[in-house]
Design a protein around this ligand. Sequence first.
Ligand code: HMH
Length: 256
Amino acid sequence: MLHRLLVHVLAEKNQFSEKICDKLPEISMETRRSPANKVPTIESWLRKHTLAYTGATGHLFIHSIRDGTLDLTLFKRWMEQDYIFERALVPFAASVLVKAWKASDDGSDMEAILGGMASLNDELAWFKNEASKWGISLSGIVPHDAIIRYCRFMESLMGLEVEYTVAITAVWAIQTVYHDGFIHCSEEDSKKPKELRETCKRWASDAFGDYCLSLQEIANMCLEKAPDDVVSKAEVVFLSVLEHEVEFWNMGYGKA
Ligand code: HMH
């Protein structure tokens, strides 16, 4: 699967890489609690895996929303499948909440995750509302293989044996990749159709960005304290999220 991801990334060398690279020093400035002179783990991964990261955030599907060239039937398919994904994200987030409650020293991690769950609740209501505008029925949708695989992956991280550090890294990656993807559609020169404005705003908003940054800060603090094998596991999980996101967009683009 990693091979396929790399082929995809190399085949679609995209225009966003430069911008993401520009953003990295800025991101690292925002992570305040790591010791001076040490690049926080997540920032070091983003530098090391820039190509894979931008392959997920700058996929053709995102380009085509931004350029206003996306076929709206593909967009409807995205909406149906993403609704299934979001529903599966709820129990995963709940499992991470339990781990935060057990593992974290203060209550702030738990509050950040709980806030994210409240947003998920709003998002599910938003999907239902938006789907009715598009004439889409959200019941009885058959999940695409890419979604089934992505949901299974999240389920595999729900067990109590999976460290909190690994699970919170996955939540950070899942949310941040989406945020950074949709941010491109919200840039001023974007030609996205007005029907897609709401969608882009939902994941590109500053509020969602702040939530992603708080997840990043929590994950970095956990990674700072974690033994090497757990840090390696978390890095593999981060890369797996990128692969699943690319597969997800490939599905939306009708490639798979
Ligand atoms: C596939 N990844 C996918 N869907 C989403 N809605 C998010 C991430 C962010 O919530």
